[in-house]
Ligand binder design. Sequence first.
Ligand code: 1VU
Length: 293
Amino acid sequence: MIQPPIHLRRSVLYVPASNDKALAKLASLSCDAVVIDLEDAVAPSEKAAARAKLAGILGNRPASVREVVVRINALSSEWGADDLAAAITCAPDGILLPKVETPRDVLEAADMLEDSDAPQEPLLWAMIETPRAVLNIGAIAELGRDAASRLSCLVAGTNDLIAMTGVLATPDRRYLMPWLMQMVLAARAGGLDILDGVSNDFRDLDALAADCGQALAMGFDGKTLIHPAQIAPAEAAFSPSPEALADAERIVAAFALPENAGKGAIGLDGRMVELLHRAQAERLLAKAAMIAK
Ligand code: 1VU
């Protein structure tokens, strides 16, 4: 199993590149990543103007955001190639590709980055939001094993998936669940991060907290967001709890005892812990250290 590098992607906020007020707000926000959106949040008549703003936005990166990602329009659309070219010149940390349906869709963007002599970053993020993408998810995620693909993160696009399949959007997401779990499994197989889709009711923070708790239990690394009020609940849900951290410290300390040297499995507090649990504990502690920074 591949252990991907640890990124903090608990809270990932979409900001429409056409919304000057929201862009100005960024300076006062702290979250793990922002996605500057050129796609769905931007009307066709505003696409070119929004794209022209990228250099200014990236040149004035918000200080308390770890990653700045640009969501371009699909490369098959009339705007995609210009969006990608503009994004490359602005050197974001990532480029989010919408409507990815096959590995070829990712490799096409990776090839364009390679041809432009872009450095190791930007990494590529891929939206999984169509029935075809779900059916091809194993092959898409497998690209995570090939560094040349630059693929780093999958993003569930639940709004599109609901619209395109006709499933009923229920609060417990029961009809989406099989597809979301397929995405999580594929992401793990490919060594990729995976983010949950957005919660549209941005005033209902209790419902958001429930969605985040569910996404954490399903194995997601974080949540995509549409409003600043959603940042704190997402970060609370996807940060290791004090109890989990205390347990991780106990596991690491137990394996470090001289009597446990060289052992693959030990007893701790009446349960078996194995080296895989120590590896999990170390990852959790490393994540907590990144958050503390
Ligand atoms: O405090 P201020 O008045 O200065 O700022 C407002 C508002 O500008 C700001 N704000 C944001 N800032 C940064 N990023 C955002 N996404 C964002 N949203 C709002 O926060 C202050 C309070 O805002 P508000 O409560 O008055 O809300 P508004 O009516 O201004 O905005 C609501 C919407 C939903 C329109 C806004 O939050 C928004 O545009 N969100 C992002 C929509 C988007 O990007 N959609 C596409 C991605 S989702 C998708 O494609 C699914 C896969």
